[in-house]
Design a protein around this ligand. Structure first.
Ligand SMILES: CC(C)(COP(=O)(O)OP(=O)(O)OC[C@H]1O[C@@H](n2cnc3c(N)ncnc32)[C@H](O)[C@@H]1OP(=O)(O)O)[C@@H](O)C(=O)NCCC(=O)NCCS
Length: 152
């Protein structure tokens, strides 16, 4: 697997891809402003992307990470997550946060890389989206907030 990961201007953020992780284009546009967007390409194909926002001093939040369905389960998401963890460590971050649904494989995806659950945002998905969101036939209500604290 040869993967090129590079920062792109948020104007060039691949919206279609980001919508896989967040169904609200309005929400995505709001957090894209002032964020960093990274795109992962395999050869000529964009396969994945992520968006990270600054959260005050030395803290960042992964707002969105997505890989096209045809390319999922090939290791690209893991490579992009690990690359982002290293990128913000090298920028001097003390922690990287992420919010995700309260069930599903994404929870294992983050915790495998050292993220720990730090709080629950009850009813986040009903309060912040106009339509109910379902995954695996189950309605999403609560957001778990996870934090990766960088050592030393
Ligand atoms: C989350 C996501 C970015 C992971 O990217 P990926 O390229 O599929 O990740 P990897 O190939 O590195 O796999 C990471 C793990 O997730 C699992 N996984 C990935 N997609 C999965 C799916 N649709 N169903 C179940 N498990 C899945 C893989 O099997 C792997 O687990 P393993 O190591 O135990 O085999 C990608 O699945 C995605 O875009 N999902 C939709 C958007 C989304 O939910 N984003 C996160 C919002 S919090």
């Amino acid at each position: 697997m040869s993967l090129l990961i590079e920062e792109v201007s948020v104007i060039d953020a691949p919206m279609e891809l980001l919508l896989l992780a967040d169904p609200s284009e309005a929400n995505i546009r709001a957090y894209l402003s002032g964020a960093k967007c990274f795109v992962a390409s395999s050869g000529a194909d964009v396969v994945g992307a992520c968006v990270v926002q600054s959260r005050g001093t030395e803290a960042y939040e992964l707002m969105n990470i997505a890989v096209y369905p045809a390319h999922q389960k090939s290791g690209y998401g893991t490579a992009l997550l690990m690359w982002s963890i290293d990128f913000f460590r090298n920028l001097g971050a003390r922690q990287l946060e992420v919010g995700t649904g309260s069930f599903g494989y994404q929870l294992a995806f983050y915790q495998r890389h050292g993220f720990r659950v730090t709080s629950i945002d009850h009813d986040f998905f009903v309060n912040n989206y106009p339509e109910p969101i379902f995954e695996d036939g189950i309605q999403l209500f609560d957001m778990l907030r996870l934090t990766l604290r960088y050592a030393g």
